[in-house]
Design a protein around this ligand. Structure first.
Ligand code: MCN
Length: 771
């Protein structure tokens, strides 16, 4: 089925926040810190207030308070992220004042006139600097820069096993800081509705109910007086699954001024002042026996999390995910991890597509290739030896995660087959004889998806997401409306959830309307992130549709005078089993339920609606990615000749959408492997604050991606589906890094850091030649 979302997107009949312009709208612009670390000695807003068109200049004195994420762990230090910085700034781009004017132009002019008296201090802009003894502290009240430090797992036998291993690998891996760079940046418009005494907040978000709760809590107004609407959302990739300062400030300003206030993030703000992710360092030791069996793994994980905890997930989101999921799809009996969130004077991190799994997969898959090289084994064989096998399921991992059935080995074998792995070495040798550096690399991974409240509870966040509910109702004509708390912002939920309903009720998906993104119209839910929507929102939708189907059958049985057990729902009709002529259309039943309720069976309530909730334990999708690359010895540039994905996300509801998700995800993973990186200098100045420097790849850099599917249905999921929205991003960096290492490994070059810069690669090749 084609995406119902696409016609309006292609014809411009969409409605993004910036398309909304209620009469009298004011425009906001933020004064942002040019320093990474400074005291604020004073703010003079008077010159800005004198700028024509400026209506108000608000500072921390006007809107105090901040966002404080809480983890219930003694090793965690909470930070308050001020809505507007009052006495100190902790990263470049931190908002200090909000200028509100009758046009964006006047607001920008006004912002230039706000005089802030800074006393700059020393900044810590790297992990090394932040961890050095005596380093300046990002937060004065702390003794160091460790916002979270957890020895999460340990094993008394581990050191012994490491010491006695046939192969002991020790390596450091680093991954660059990236950002989601959605096509539409953050955006928000709020207005006070005098008639209803309500605050309407339009916001480009992935999590409308979370925004509603946070706005109400921070502004101290009853939550039922706030309505949050996410109109069309131009991508999020995690950046919009947290609540930002600016969104709260826009709401506060609208409340204060009694006029609509709009803020549209510009590209500089999006790169320099929204949310980042994935800047991590791993020091690992891995023990293998002579056959290539992974015996033990020791990981020291450091995440550069920027200046504050994002709300509500906190700065623990990356370090905790990394330590818990490090073993990935491999059997592992002995494990130790220490994981840390290190504060720096940089933009805070938030969940970004994959959350640490692109990094742990990069680490684990590089370790597999290094071990294979050390032991003289084939990279595919060593993986096959260690992957969780069919007979192992349900497999309880060393960190307590329970892996449901998946196709780890099968996906590897298929991927290797599609890439002609068997005769690869001969082809590589032939290419080398022609002076060409070509390489083949694989990455195997598991993608934990669709996890509900109990799984999230292990993180110990004070706000614990997880469940979803769906409200479904049929109108008198037989049309169906289903309202859910998830929120598609590119993933095609209006299509796939309509398919789920259609399968259950036997109605045409064109007669199913999916409502999301309006807190007045949907049950309380957690929005869309963590590849949760189909499993959880789709599960609730299926259960609600199933309950509605039962009601239809009860009513039809009464009207047709047959037993309920004998009523079948098929192709939009309710019919007696074995007697299809005894039947009614769904629409006829719907009419009776609304317009002739006196004909309903005794005890049956009028109308047709149902509600269901779903809160599953979670499930693991899996995939193997494989890439063939060529490295140019002249320029150091990497070209991808082939990219193959073998993916298993259980029952596939919409193959076209799933393939689109894989492609988009792989593009983001390739970006992290080869192009995108946010770089700061030692003073904490962002050096990559435009798309001239932050290299988002274009279609020209992304190769065709071949996608193959396996289907291991999931028993924890009402639909049999597993989530998959992040997998592409998770697998790609490792596959590319392994392929590049394979291309240049004979020169003694290994890729243990991403992104792989052409200049770095060229320098290594020249060094190798000199040797
Ligand atoms: N699907 C399916 N069959 C399956 C699995 C999924 O048909 N077996 C469909 C689903 O119905 C849904 C889509 O594939 O339409 C993705 O489903 P799911 O894996 O449940 O992921 P979510 O819908 O929860 O999306 C979240 C995920 C994440 S975490 C990020 S980050 C991300 C991503 O989706 N951000 C995106 N994909 C994105 N795509 C776009 N265009 N924009 C973003 O911001």
């Amino acid at each position: 089925m084609r995406r119902v979302e696409d016609p309006p997107l292609l014809t411009g009949d969409t409605r993004f926040v910036d398309d909304l312009a209620p009469p009298g709208t004011l425009h906001a612009c933020f004064v942002r810190s040019p320093y990474a670390a400074a005291r604020i000695e004073g703010i003079d807003a008077a010159p800005a207030r004198a700028v024509p068109g400026v209506e108000a200049v608000l500072t921390a004195g006007d809107i105090p308070g901040g966002l404080r994420a809480v983890l219930d762990r003694p090793e965690f230090t909470p930070t308050v992220m001020p809505l507007l910085a009052g006495d100190a700034v902790r990263h470049v781009g931190e908002p200090i004042a909000m200028v509100i004017a009758d046009s964006r132009y006047s607001a920008e002019d006004g912002a230039e006139e706000v005089l802030v008296d800074y006393d700059p201090g020393p900044a810590v802009a790297s992990l090394d600097r932040a961890l050095a003894p005596g380093a300046p502290r990002v937060h004065d009240e702390m003794d160091d820069n460790l916002l979270l430090q957890v020895p999460m797992y340990d094993d008394p036998e581990l050191d012994d096993i490491l010491a006695r291993a046939a192969a002991l690998l020790e390596a450091r891996f680093t991954t660059g800081r990236v950002t989601a760079a959605p096509m539409e940046g953050r955006a928000s418009l709020a207005r006070w509705d005098r008639r209803d005494s309500r605050l309407l907040v339009y916001v480009s978000t992935q999590v409308p109910h979370l925004v509603r709760t946070t706005v109400a809590d921070v502004l101290q107004i009853p939550e039922h007086t706030v309505r949050v609407i996410a109109p069309d959302v131009g991508g999020g990739f995690g950046l919009k699954c947290v609540v930002g300062r600016e969104e709260i400030l826009v709401a506060a300003a609208a409340l204060r001024l009694g006029r609509p206030v709009k803020w549209i993030e510009d590209r500089y703000e999006n790169l320099a002042a929204s949310w980042h992710g994935h800047e991590q360092r791993y020091d690992v030791r891995a023990a293998f026996d002579a056959n290539g069996t992974l015996l033990a793994f020791d990981a020291d994980i450091s995440c550069d999390v920027g200046a504050y905890s994002c709300f509500p997930f906190s700065c623990g989101v990356e370090p905790l995910m990394a330590a818990t999921e490090m073993p990935g799809p491999y059997r592992l009996a002995h494990y130790r991890a220490r994981t840390r969130a290190v504060a720096t004077n940089k933009v805070p991190i938030a969940p970004y597509r994959g959350v640490s799994r692109p990094q742990i997969t990069f680490v684990m898959e590089r370790v597999m290739d290094k071990a294979a090289a050390r032991l003289g084994l084939d990279p595919v064989d060593i993986r096959r030896r260690n992957l969780i096998a069919r007979d192992d399921f349900p497999y309880t991992g060393i960190t307590g995660l329970v892996y449901d059935p998946a196709s780890y080995r099968e996906s590897l074998d298929l991927c290797a087959g599609h890439l002609g792995h068997d005769d690869w070495r001969a082809r590589q040798e032939a290419a080398r004889r022609d002076g060409r550096l070509v390489g083949l690399g694989f990455s195997c991974f598991s993608e934990r998806t669709g996890y509900g409240t109990p799984a999230f509870a292990q993180r110990r966040m004070s706000i614990t997401p997880g469940f979803e509910s769906a409200d479904i109702r049929m109108d008198p004509s037989g049309g169906v409306t289903v309202a859910v708390g998830t929120l598609g912002h590119g993933q095609g939920h209006r299509t796939t959830l309509a398919q789920v309903v259609s399968d259950e009720l036997g109605v045409d998906p064109a007669h199913v309307r999916v409502v999301q993104g309006d807190t007045d119209a949907t049950p309380y839910g957690w929005g869309t992130f963590a590849s949760r929507s189909l499993v959880i929102g789709g599960g609730a939708t299926k259960l609600a549709a199933g309950a509605l189907a039962e009601r239809l059958k009860r009513v039809a049985a009464h009207l047709l005078e047959v037993a309920v057990e004998d009523v079948e729902l098929r192709d939009g009709r309710l019919q007696a089993a074995g007697a299809p002529e005894v039947s009614m259309s769904v629409a006829e039943v719907a009419r009776v339920a609304h317009h002739a309720a006196h004909r309903l069976p005794p005890g049956e309530e009028a109308g047709l609606q149902a509600r269901a909730g779903f809160d599953p334990p979670g499930t693991f999708s899996n995939a193997t990615h494989g890439a063939v690359v060529e490295v140019s010895p002249a320029t150091g540039e990497v070209r991808i000749h082939r990219y193959v994905v073998v993916e298993d996300c259980g029952v596939v509801i919409n193959p076209m959408i799933v393939d689109g998700q894989v492609r988009g995800g792989v593009a983001q993973g390739i970006a992290a492997a080869l192009y995108e990186q946010l770089l700061y200098d030692d003073e904490g100045q962002l050096l990559t604050a435009t798309f001239m420097d932050y290299l988002v790849p274009t279609a020209a850099e992304i190769p065709p991606i071949e996608i193959h599917h396996l289907e291991t249905p999931c028993e924890y999921s009402a639909t049999g589906a597993k989530g998959m929205g992040e997998g592409g991003t998770i697998g790609a960096p490792a596959a590319i890094a392994n392929a590049v290492s394979d291309a240049v490994g004979h020169l003694g070059i290994e890729v243990d850091a991403i992104p792989i810069h052409p200049a770095w690669m060229r320098a290594r090749i020249e060094e190798a030649r000199a040797r």
